[in-house]
Write a protein that binds this ligand. Structure first.
Ligand code: PHE
Length: 369
């Protein structure tokens, strides 16, 4: 007799027997369900779906069967392996989800916990902007000088050509130390430093003086009783208003960017003659908003210019008060608001933020050197 053995019964191959296959599946499903984590599931996968698992071994037996028996056995084992694979997949997904949820909980950070690390501080932006201003003037050969905040009335006013009955004394609401006939004030501007520099230094003089000044104003969005100015003074032979203009333009460019210039508007200060207000070209619209109602500029109110400070040629009377011969020497001086400069540079809109000392304001400027 030859030919395929068609009467072969697959049940005779023990591992392909329906009961054995069903038992393998049951054991696989139980093992998979019992796997409590991904590592256990990996072992269950190896045991029940790996190369040496009962179902894989049974699968291998199929090849030895006569063709007529292959189909049924193949179907049975194939279905069994399919069920095990599906169960593995489902369990894998469930365990991964569980793990992800657990990780979220276990590895979450309680941001409200107190820390023992010392918070990094930051320097006040007014300090850094004054340093930057100082750098600009040092680069031009100026010296940085200081003067006392508690100042003699004579230096703050009289020697600067502001006589006792002069309206400028009441214009700059003065804080008097002790009584208002004590002769001692909190300086109302940095201009007394001009006089001190002229009294103390040899000619020629090129100095810049950033410092704190005081006026009896209420604190609001645009005023503060304590604020800062930077004074500049140059006294030399042959100084002209052109030198003043060039210096201010360079200062403006250094602080606000290339091409930002200044303009002078006639004004009056007792200690300079002639005197001018200094306007800064609007560094936002650069003048393009002027006369263009479609593109208004909030920074300059579509004026193209923003007020920055005062300036002028040192009044010969002030030179004389400091013992300098106005026929031989001339000078220029200027005084700019530092808060204004910071407001322009950094978009700070409320004066109070600069004086209240809230670290969150200062920290926003980072650790700028
Ligand atoms: N001291 C003036 C003020 O506080 C500004 C100024 C300084 C004007 C120097 C002219 C020259 O308003």
């Amino acid at each position: 007799m030859s030919g395929p053995n068609t009467s072969f019964d697959p049940k005779q191959v023990a591992s392909l027997d329906a009961t054995a296959v069903a038992a393998a599946v049951d054991s696989a499903l139980a093992g998979i369900a019992a796997a409590g984590d991904l590592a256990a599931l990996k072992e269950a996968r190896l045991a029940h779906a790996g190369d040496r698992s009962p179902l894989a071994l049974a699968n291998r037996e199929i090849g030895a069967l006569p063709p007529a028996a292959k189909a049924e056995a193949g179907k049975r084992v194939g279905e069994a392996r399919g069920r095990v694979a599906a169960a593995l997949k489902e369990r894998q997904e469930a365990l991964e989800l569980e793990r992800d949820e657990r990780v979220l909980v276990e590895e979450s950070v309680d941001v409200t916990l107190p820390t023992d690390r010392r918070p990094l501080g930051a320097r006040h932006p007014l300090t850094t902007v004054m340093e930057r201003i100082s750098d600009v003037f040092v680069a031009m050969g100026y010296e940085i000088v200081e003067g006392p905040e508690v100042e003699a009335e004579w230096i703050n006013f009289d020697a600067l050509n502001v006589p006792p009955d002069h309206p400028a004394r009441t214009m700059q609401d003065t804080f008097w130390v002790q009584s208002n006939d004590s002769g001692v004030v909190l300086r109302t501007h940095t201009s007394p430093i001009q006089l001190r520099a002229m009294l103390e230094r040899d000619l020629p003089i090129y100095v810049a003086a950033p410092g704190r000044v005081f006026r009896a104003d209420d604190l609001d969005a645009t005023h503060s009783p304590v604020f800062h100015q930077v004074e500049g003074l140059a006294v030399d032979r042959g100084i002209t208003m052109g030198d003043l203009k060039g210096t201010l333009d360079h200062f403006a460019e250094a602080m606000f960017g290339d091409g930002i210039g200044t303009r002078m508007r006639p004004a009056y200060f007792p200690f300079t003659e002639p005197s001018a207000e200094v306007d800064l070209q609007c560094f936002v619209c650069r003048g393009s908003s002027v006369g263009d109602p479609d593109r208004p500029c909030r920074t300059c109110g579509s004026e193209g210019w923003i007020e920055w400070g005062g300036c002028g040629m040192v009044n010969p009377r002030v030179l004389r008060a400091a013992g300098i011969d106005p026929d031989e020497y001339r000078g220029f001086a200027f005084g700019m608001g530092v808060e204004r400069t910071l407001m322009f540079r950094s978009g700070v809109t409320d004066m109070r933020d600069m004086v209240e000392g809230d670290a969150r304001f200062t920290l926003a400027f980072g650790l700028e050197a």
